[in-house]
Design a protein around this ligand. Structure first.
Ligand SMILES: Nc1nc2c(c(=O)[nH]1)N[C@@H](CNc1ccc(C(=O)N[C@@H](CCC(=O)N[C@@H](CCC(=O)N[C@@H](CCC(=O)O)C(=O)O)C(=O)O)C(=O)O)cc1)CN2
Ligand SMILES: [Zn+2]
Length: 766
């Protein structure tokens, strides 16, 4: 048995990678300094894996922004709008324009990677003649060999997954696209073969989604061709995040290894393996260590799993590995200094997971005694956590059982309560608002740093936050927005913030994970029963409301999003944890209402993202996810208006779910889809309040008034003017101050123009 890994976090133990990228973008370091710093990080990551004794180490998992963007760029797939690109190798400036946009050119679309919180740049494919601009896997292989003596395994996104995650083509173009991509993959693989590379890892996570038999035939064809092209190169076809959809076809593919996820497969990969066997001439990449969560593995259970697998697959045919790339977990537990022993010893991040792999391999190869001591320590650590008081809140557990047996809901149907709310709030039609956060400037982050390091007292920090709130209430009034927000200055992140305030959570010091580009998140850790301790958002909202006659919208994150963006305990179901969160947030909503906050937004951007990859699993997830949202938001008075928000959401396919959340108003992203409005609106079946984002917040570009007038006018053609709200696509925390103010001014002006036009038309009609 051998040990293997699929990918290592690129960000560094202290986010060195992020800082290098941002220093380069801001001009603080030049290209040669940039290249040197990144090389040091990359080689450091490889050296660590080598020292850990990993037999098969991946390369080309490192990137200057995103691995999907790297594939596009290798294929010369640079959209025409990037005028600086003249063919050939893609310069760094063009690469980063695609990733981040520039003054004149909008960025490529970004979307989430399967069911994770990682976001990739969406390739824009057209059936055309393509050329290979570079062979990055080959360069990475050479580097590891020459500099560190590592015989590495280059990783690339396989053709089927690359195509399914791309946009800009129709289903009938697929054969043409395959014909244009195959020669490029062929060239990459042939060059690797000539170099003497032994194994290459082709990532094909799309094989775990609900794909058709026809698509599976396409996959079979693709790998037949690739295998023919480079017969002496071994391909490890790597899947992850769930069980493969067509097991029998997958194991017969013309490749030399198949990587399967035995953690997130709900037992399906294993039962398929037992039922249908596994080919004697292939290597099994056995993903037995959870690559998406941060808990210590139960080594005894993993040994049992391995024993079950080895009943079907010979030991020397197995690579033991994490279930997916370790990109989704932080680097190492060693740097956490503030955790209780009970929690600290029960955690395993990337480095510790690799240690688990090598340990299990040792156990298999040398016998159980060789690792007996470590297995005993592992057992003790797990028992300590399991018997923790934090996991034994009887009242919480009883509350969950009750909540599960009921369906929560508002007292009055939507139309009747919306009527009451309109009388209560007396807003103009087409009310304008924002999604919640305002710029997290360096000053805001520094202030929080001072407070965290103890240089500032809580009172000093509170005063600072109040000053920010007050400044931004003035700015919003000056701009003329109708519904104001406090700005979320007290929050590091919309999920981590709540982790700090709720019971049952702990948080990490250095537990960063890449979200997109240089942006990272530090997911809080749910380790015990979640419970409400004291109001979390009331002070800031009430303070903001005290400064203005306009309505200030309260702001919190919903249960499903907190669940999906945290590291969650795995001893009870996600459903139960979600209900615990829902009950705690219900108390927060109640506290806001009691304190006089009558409009409350409960964000659920990750509700859509948490959808299981397999269609059959979705109904069950949605049942408890929607019910959890309803529990948090339904025990309010008729006149209290509940808002919710989602970023990127295909309204057409998700309208029923959105409607069942029964929020009075929802704000969602639209501007990135370039104003294509959901056809669902044409049928006029959505009748609740809705704010279609009128500008993209992911770019520093200030949108013109006319652009937004146009967006709004198209919106009110298909939606009733009384249900339509005006807002940006998402929160503004990543933006600078000047562009934020300028954009919002334009947005309010656009709303005013449309209102006037509507009145004039109405008078003409009267
Ligand atoms: N959890 C989560 N997932 C999400 C989103 C989201 O908002 N939250 N939004 C979507 C897009 N994803 C995003 C993810 C991250 C960020 C983001 O801005 N991240 C920040 C970190 C935010 C944070 O926690 N900041 C901390 C730490 C700030 C910091 O870096 N401080 C300095 C020190 C400053 C000083 O003391 O002077 C340091 O540590 O070096 C804070 O504000 O306190 C970043 O990478 O820069 C934005 C969007 C989807 N998924
Ligand atoms: Zn958003």
């Amino acid at each position: 048995m051998r040990s293997s890994s699929l990918g290592y976090p690129r960000i560094g133990e202290d986010r060195e990678w992020k800082r290098t990228l941002e220093a380069y973008w801001s001009g603080k370091i030049d290209e040669s300094e940039f290249t040197a710093q990144l090389e040091a990080i990359r080689l450091g990551n490889l050296q660590k894996q080598k020292d850990q004794g990993i037999d098969i180490i991946p390369v080309n998992d490192f990137t200057l922004y995103d691995q999907m963007l790297d594939m596009s760029v290798m294929f010369g797939l640079v959209p025409e709008r990037y005028s600086a690109y003249k063919g050939g190798t893609v310069p760094l400036s063009v690469y980063y324009s695609m990733a981040r946009g520039n003054k004149d050119e909008v960025a490529s679309e970004m979307t989430k990677w399967f069911n994770t919180n990682y976001h990739y740049i969406v390739p824009e494919l057209k059936p055309s003649k393509l050329t290979l601009t570079e062979n990055k896997p080959l360069a990475s292989y050479r580097e590891a060999k020459e500099k560190l003596g590592i015989e590495a395994k280059p990783v690339l996104v396989g053709p089927y997954t690359f195509i399914t995650l791309s946009k800009g083509y129709n289903k009938q173009d697929v054969p043409g696209i395959i014909l244009s991509l195959l020669p490029l993959y062929t060239q990459i693989l042939q060059e690797l073969e000539q170099e003497g590379v032994k194994w290459v890892q082709m990532d094909e996570p799309s094989l775990v989604s609900s794909i058709s038999k026809d698509d599976m035939q396409t996959v079979t064809y693709l790998y037949e061709k690739l295998n023919e092209a480079a017969p002496n190169l071994n391909i490890m076809l790597q899947t992850y995040f769930d069980a493969v959809e067509h097991y029998q076809e997958v194991i017969e593919l013309h490749v030399q290894g198949i990587g399967l996820d035995f953690v997130h497969d709900k037992g399906k990969n294993l039962s398929n393996l037992q039922e249908f066997g596994f080919p004697k001439d292939k290597v099994l990449g056995a993903g037995v260590i959870d690559g998406k969560n941060i808990w210590l593995s139960d080594l005894s259970k993993k040994n049992q799993l391995i024993n079950t697998i080895t009943k079907t697959v010979a030991e020397d045919q197995i690579w033991l590995q994490p279930s997916c790339s370790l990109l989704h977990v932080p680097v190492t537990v060693r740097n956490e200094t503030a955790l209780t022993k009970e929690v600290q010893q029960a955690l395993a991040f990337a480095d510790e997971k690799l240690e688990e792999i090598t340990l299990l391999v040792k156990g298999s190869n040398q016998g159980a005694e060789a690792i007996a001591e470590k297995v005993a320590a592992n057992k003790l650590a797990l028992q300590t956590l399991a018997s923790s008081n934090a996991r034994n809140h009887k009242d919480v557990q009883t509350g969950v059982e009750q909540a599960k047996s009921q369906t929560a809901g508002r007292q009055l149907p939507f139309k009747e309560r919306y009527q009451k709310q309109q009388e209560f709030f007396k807003l103009p039609f087409l009310p304008s608002t924002t999604i919640g956060s305002f710029p997290q400037t360096a000053e805001v982050k520094q202030a929080r740093g001072k407070f965290k390091r103890g240089e500032w007292t809580a009172a000093q920090y509170e005063t600072f936050v109040n000053e920010e709130i007050s400044k931004w209430i003035d700015i919003q009034e000056e701009i003329g927005l109708d519904v104001l927000v406090h700005g979320e200055f007290e929050r590091t992140d919309m999920v981590e913030f709540f982790g700090h305030k709720l019971g049952g959570f702990v948080f990490l010091e250095k537990g960063w994970v890449q979200s997109y580009g240089s942006r990272c998140v530090k997911p809080p850790v749910i380790y015990g029963d979640v419970h409400f301790i004291e109001p979390m958002t009331v002070r800031e909202s009430v303070y903001a409301q005290s400064l203005t006659k306009k309505t200030v919208k309260g702001m919190l994150t919903g249960p499903v999003t907190i669940l999906n963006w945290s590291f969650v305990r795995d001893d009870i179901s996600r459903e139960n944890v979600c209900y615990q969160l829902a009950l705690a947030l219900e108390k927060e909503v109640g506290a806001l209402e009691t304190a006089g906050i009558k409009m409350i937004q409960v964000d659920e951007p990750a509700l859509r993202e948490g959808l299981p990859l397999k269609k059959n699993d979705r109904e069950e997830y949605l049942k408890w996810a929607v019910n959890s949202f309803l529990i948090s938001t339904s025990s309010v008075e008729d006149t209290t208006q509940i808002h919710t928000h989602m970023c990127y959401c295909d309204f057409n396919s998700f309208m029923d779910v959105i409607s069942s959340l029964d929020a009075d108003v929802i704000s969602i992203e639209t501007s990135r889809s370039h104003g294509e409005l959901a056809s669902a609106f044409e049928e006029k079946t959505y009748e609740k309040g809705i704010g279609l984002g009128v500008y993209d917040i992911h770019s520093p570009r200030v949108p013109a008034v006319e652009e937004m007038v146009d967006m709004i006018e198209r919106g009110i053609k298909v939606l009733d003017k009384d249900q339509f709200w005006i807002n940006p696509d998402c929160g503004l925390k990543t933006r600078g101050v000047p562009e934020t103010v300028a954009s919002l001014k334009n947005m309010v002006e656009a709303a005013t123009i449309v209102r006037k036009n509507l009145l004039v038309n109405q008078q003409a009609n009267d």
